[in-house]
Design a protein around this ligand. Structure first.
Ligand code: GDP
Ligand code: MN
Length: 376
C-alpha cells in the first residue's frame, strides 16, 4: 500500500526524522488561510500516489498570498499520471542549498533491507543508478547487528554527503530505518533531504510503501488506505476476501491453490491465449464461494471464456460442480466454461455436470486449448 507524502512525514516524524510542520488542504480557501496565517513563502504540493510531481507541475512555491491562491487553483483538480489531485500539502518554503537522496528498500538481490544514500538528490534515483551508479552508496542491514549509528555515518560518507550534512543525515537515516522496520514497509524514501541555506537538515519529501500482507498488524496505518486507487473488481474481490488479480487477457481463470492457478495462467499462455485474471478459491471451497468467484470473474467485460482448473484435495469436486451450476442458474451465464476436474469427488462432480452447458476436459492442456479457442 502506497501512502501519501504527508502521511509518510507523519510516520517519519514519530521516529525522529526532521520533517516540516505543514497542513493538508482540500480547497483553495484553506491554502489561502494557511498562507495568511504563516505570513511567509509556502510550498504547495499535490498529494497523489505518483512520483515526479515536481516535473508535472504539482509542486509550486508561493511567495505571496496571491501566488498561494494561484498555486492552489492550478494544482487542486490537476491530473498527474492518471490521478486527480484532491489534496495538497502546504508547508513553509525551504531555502534550499543542496539536495540528497536517502532510502531503505527490500533488496531482493542482496536479500536484506538495504539503505541507499546519494549526494545526487532531488532527481529520480533510478536515473542516477543507471547513468552514474558510482554516486550511489548502499548498506545492507545485518539483521543481527541492526542498523547502528556508525553504519549510518559510513554510508552517508560513502554516498558523498558533505561534512555539514552528515550529522543531520545520520539522525534522519536512523529514524527512517526505524520507521521502515516498525511499519513493515517495503520502501521508505526521503528525496530530497535538503541542507538549507541556514545549515539545517530537513526531509523535504517523504514516500513509503507498506507491505499489504502485514497490514493486518499495522492498525495505525490502516486509516491511510484509500480504495480509490484500486481496480473496481479487485476492490470488490477484496471485500469478499477472494484472492483475485486482474490481468489484461480474455480467458477468465479460476483454480484452487495459488501454485495451480499460476500454472493455469502459464498453460493459457502456452495455448496462445491471455488470461483475464488470477483467482484462487483456496482449499476446501464451498459451492457459494465458487458461485461468488465466478461472479467476480464475470464482472470483467473482456472475459470471453472461463477455465476452471480444480485439483481436488480438501476441495471436493462435487462442491465445485454445485457452485458452477448455482452460478449458471442465478447469474444467467452465457459464456462457455471449460472445466478440468480431478481428485477428490471428481467423478461425482462430473456426473452432476452431465447435461449442463459446461465443457469438460481431461487434462489441463486440453482445457487451456479449448478455453483459448472459445475466447476467440
Ligand atoms: P516529487 O517531484 O514528487 O519527488 O516532489 P518533491 O517533494 O521531491 O519536490 C520536487 C522538488 O521541488 C524538490 O526536489 C525541490 O527541489 C523542490 N521543492 C520541494 N519543496 C520545496 C521547498 O520548500 N522549497 C524549495 N525551494 N523547493 C522545494
Ligand atoms: Mn521527491
Amino acid at each position: 500500500m502506497k501512502i501519501h507524502e504527508y502521511q509518510a512525514k507523519e510516520v517519519f516524524g514519530r521516529y525522529g526524522v526532521p520533517v516540516p510542520v505543514g497542513a493538508v488542504c482540500t480547497t483553495s480557501q484553506e491554502v489561502i488561510d494557511y498562507a495568511v496565517k504563516l505570513g511567509k513563502a509556502i510550498v504547495v504540493k499535490a498529494q497523489v500516489h505518483a512520483g515526479g510531481r515536481g516535473k508535472a507541475g504539482g509542486v509550486k512555491i508561493a511567495k505571496t498570498v496571491e501566488d498561494a491562491q494561484l498555486a492552489a487553483d492550478a494544482i487542486l483538480g490537476m491530473d498527474i499520471k492518471g490521478f486527480t489531485v484532491k489534496k495538497v500539502l502546504c508547508e513553509p518554503a525551504i531555502d534550499i542549498k543542496d539536495e540528497y537522496y536517502l532510502g531503505v528498500v527490500q533488496d531482493r538481490a542482496l536479500q536484506t533491507n538495504t539503505v541507499i544514500v546519494s549526494a545526487a538528490g532531488g532527481i529520480d534515483i533510478e536515473q542516477v543508478a543507471e547513468e552514474t551508479p558510482e554516486k550511489i552508496a548502499k548498506h545492507p542491514i545485518d539483521p543481527i547487528t541492526g542498523f547502528q549509528t556508525w553504519h549510518a555515518w559510513d554510508v552517508a560518507k560513502r554516498g558523498g554527503l558533505p561534512p555539514a550534512a552528515i550529522p543531520g543525515a545520520v539522525k534522519t537515516l536512523r529514524g527512517l530505518v526505524a520507521a521502515y522496520l516498525a511499519s513493515d514497509a517495503n520502501m521508505a524514501e526521503v528525496n530530497p533531504l535538503v541542507l538549507t541555506v541556514g545549515g539545517e537538515i530537513i526531509a523535504a519529501d517523504g514516500k513509503m510503501v507498506i507491505d499489504d500482507n502485514a497490514l493486518y498488524r499495522q492498525q495505525a496505518l490502516q486509516g491511510y488506505h484509500e480504495g480509490s486507487d484500486e481496480d473496481e473488481i479487485e476492490a470488490e474481490a477484496h471485500r469478499q476476501d477472494i484472492q483475485y488479480v486482474k490481468l489484461d487477457g480474455n480467458v477468465g481463470v479460476i483454480g484452487n491453490g495459488a501454485g495451480l492457478v499460476m500454472t493455469t495462467l502459464d498453460e493459457v499462455t502456452r495455448a496462445g491465449g491471455k488470461a483475464a485474471n488470477f483467482l484462487d478459491i483456496g482449499g476446501g471451497a464451498k459451492a457459494e464461494l465458487v458461485r461468488n468467484s465466478l461472479e467476480i470473474v464475470m464482472m470483467n467485460p473482456r472475459v470471453k471464456s472461463v477455465f476452471f482448473n480444480i485439483f481436488g484435495g480438501i476441495t471436493r469436486g462435487d462442491e465445485v460442480a454445485k457452485g458452477i451450476l448455482q452460478a449458471y442458474d442465478q447469474l444467467n451465464l452465457k459464456l462457455p466454461i471449460v472445466i478440468r476436474l480431478a481428485g477428490t469427488m471428481a467423478d461425482e462432480g462430473r456426473r452432476l455436470l452431465e447435461g449442463s452447458p459446461l465443457i469438460p476436459a481431461a487434462t489441463m492442456q486440453e482445457a487451456a486449448r479449448k478455453a483459448v479457442e472459445l475466447a476467440g
